[in-house]
Design a protein around this ligand. Structure first.
Ligand SMILES: Nc1nc2c(ncn2[C@@H]2O[C@H](COP(=O)(O)OP(=O)(O)OP(=O)(O)O)[C@@H](O)[C@H]2O)c(=O)[nH]1
Ligand SMILES: [Mg+2]
Length: 184
């Protein structure tokens, strides 16, 4: 009997305004990560052990500054995409609004792809909890439940939550847990 489970790989987009914390999120993660040089883009491979076997994410971090944001770019960057993490800044309401626009575009191209919303900079949050409504609005528009997490990259809080939620949705295992121990 072969006890080695084959690693499943998913292509994932990390989407969000300039300065919301995308790069620091990927670098502060406690998970096993390799960065690959791709011109003008940040491209990472994350590996996780889960209670349903090993999972890898090829994560493409979209850099607004270099490219702008059009439908053509989305299609070129992510010809196949299995999931997306949409990130905004909990101390900057405009970033939540802009993320809504981006995720709507994304959803037109990848209508059934799992999406998790992630508010970063919980440590300096200024947006009131009642105004953290993006996930609800998108969920109503798309007719499915969208989960949102508040995290702080700076304080190392909740960094596994967006990954765990997304992997649950991409694999269909609602009881999935990441069990990777912090990288040695
Ligand atoms: N207070 C606080 N600051 C944070 C947090 N996460 C990131 N930052 C700061 O936010 C700024 C932007 O972080 P980046 O990771 O460069 O943001 P980015 O989304 O990659 O930005 P671009 O690459 O320019 O699109 C940096 O000065 C970070 O130190 C957080 O959780 N709390
Ligand atoms: Mg960056």
């Amino acid at each position: 009997m072969n006890l080695i489970q084959k690693e499943r790989t998913f292509e994932v987009a990390l989407i969000g305004d300039v300065d919301v914390g995308k790069s620091e999120f990927t670098h502060s993660s406690q998970f096993k990560m390799r960065k690959y040089p791709v011109e003008d883009l940040e491209y990472y491979r994350f590996q996780f052990e889960t209670n349903h076997g090993p999972v890898a994410l090829n994560l493409l971090c979209y850099e607004d500054r270099h490219l702008g944001w059009t439908m053509d770019h989305i299609k070129t960057l992510w010809p196949a995409c299995h999931g997306a993490i949409g990130m905004f800044d909990l101390s900057n309401q405009a970033t939540q609004f802009h993320l809504g626009t981006r995720m709507s575009l994304f959803n037109k191209i990848f209508p059934s792809v799992p999406v998790v919303i992630c508010g970063n900079k919980k440590d300096i949050r200024t947006i009131k909890p009642e105004n953290l409504t993006l996930h609800q609005k998108l969920g109503e528009k798309w007719g499915r439940k969208i989960i949102s997490h508040s995290i702080s990259v700076k304080k190392n809080q909740g960094l596994n939550l967006p990954f765990e939620t997304l992997i649950k949705e991409m694999t269909g295992h609602s009881d999935l847990r990441i069990i990777t121990s912090p990288e040695e």
